[in-house]
Design a binder for this molecule. Sequence first.
Ligand code: ATP
Length: 605
Amino acid sequence: MISYLAVRTGPEKGRQFPLDPARPMHVGRGASCEIMLTDPVSSRFHAVVFYEDGNWHLRDTSSRNGTLVNGQKAESARLLDQSVITIGGTEMQLVEPDLDSHDDSMNTLAISKEMMQHGSWRFDLEHSENQQVVAEHVMDLYQLALHLLTGEQPDEVLITVLELLKDRTGADLVGLSVESGGGRLKWLRVVPVDSKCTTLVPKSMAKRVIQGNEALWMNDCNSDDTSVKSHKEWSDAIYIPVATDETIGVLCLYRREPSFKESDFDFAASAGRLLAIGLSRVVEHSQLVAENKRMASRTAECDELIGESPIMQRLKAKIARVGNANGSVLIRGESGTGKELVARAVHRASPQVKRPMLTVNCAAIPRDLIESQLFGHKKGSFTGADKDHIGWFEQAHTGTLFLDEIGELTLEGQAKLLRILEGHPFLPVGATEEVLVDVRVIAATNRDLAEFVREKQFREDLFYRLSVFELLVPPLRDRGDDLDMLIDHFLDHYRRENGRSTLEISNEARVMLREYPWPGNVRQLRNVIDSAVVMADDPTIERDDLGLRDAGLSRLDTLRIDLWEERLIRKALKRTEGSIPEAAKLLGISRATAYRKISDYNIDR
Ligand SMILES: Nc1ncnc2c1ncn2[C@@H]1O[C@H](COP(=O)(O)OP(=O)(O)OP(=O)(O)O)[C@@H](O)[C@H]1O
């Protein structure tokens, strides 16, 4: 077993100094010190660490600035596992690997967590048994890195690494084990692929490699006590953690005959680090590709502007013309009519189609943040600006920016927007350098911007500039047969989404949908059908499933019967100019009942 001093802080942070029990190890700045520090507080010969009576000890060799052991000044001290030696700004920790008893007989070399994380261990060219081998390994790692950058499938990446390791280190078996619960590991892949691998990574090793993020090389070929060998089959074993933010597994290399070389160990540690990065990249990449495909098909489906009514045909023709032209576009229409969909259609018809379209809802951003969100800000330019923000205009450079609810833009924001539309550069909040962008602006509003201009809430020059191309999206009630088309479109969509492909809509329900005034336009229709598909019993959607009140009563402010009764009696009296017998007839009640209710409700005739 090899104990070592792991440097936790100071100029040598991340290094490890193996301790040799057979000789005293000198610590200091002197070139002949086995543990050579560059810490300026350290003396040339500062202290000595030595092994005696089964323990490690430290003796300060009359250093100028003294030595601390576990925070206490010490002339001499016995060192236990994890004891911390402090010399100036350098802290070193004694690591006596807590291997299982059977591992105690092995020769173990370790690369610590810090070194694995920072990749700061290096090929020791000076002491390398063969510099050419090292150079070949570096070339191999370079090729491997290129391969990992282009690999598409996790398995392909893994097999490449395992085979390369087997080939270059002369290992008889190389594999990746992953955690299978309870601290156990199971094989994910081994090469040679057809080998029957019965070897298990000892639990204590797994713990050290995974939790401690240490790379270990166990060489038990010289062990006298064969009964304590961990894997009787193998002479040498190398365990490398494969981890990025979280541990993926343990890379294992085994040899039947002695022995791996030090450069093999270094090579395996480097390859393990590359494998970790390569695997997480390829897994993330394949998830993104799948997600992107899913979203693209969804967006294409949702982006379709349904409607063939004459009014929609004229709109579509206009979109095609406006898309091709240069200049900003103003889209007007009631809420839920599909203004954003129209904006996307304009973008698709424009030369910027290959660039993204960014959407900003000006009403959703607090008024005092709109300017900085749109045009960007510098860190510290106002309270809460804790980092630089690249504004939406810069982010949309060479593409399209869709500004929904443009009427909500502050006057300062409007002034900046006008400058941009006129081709001038603008100044992000708190910046000293102006920014010039090339962005096509599509704005939308459901407000009467002309009215805003009259009320001086919206700049007239900006209004004219924006409305060079104006697209008016009609309300659903003016779209005639489009309603049926939209009903079928949404029905189809939500049936599929909810796996209710046989669900139909009754004639009565369809008539109710046709007669409804749709104040919330297409968005409201979509929502009604979405919930009806979920709520309806098989096999048809009925009127009650639509959750709509009768069209004429859609503006009911209360459902209390007594209040409605009173209102109806008043209405009847108004129509009959105060005649109770005639009002009773209209209401379908007896005269006596009418008199009683008029008195109950205290109605003046
Ligand atoms: N012609 C249409 N064909 C298909 N779906 C439509 C159509 N018009 C609107 N929709 C759908 O209706 C919903 C509302 O559309 P959108 O958000 O574009 O409306 P909007 O006018 O921008 O609303 P707001 O004024 O509230 O921002 C979306 O789900 C959209 O897909």
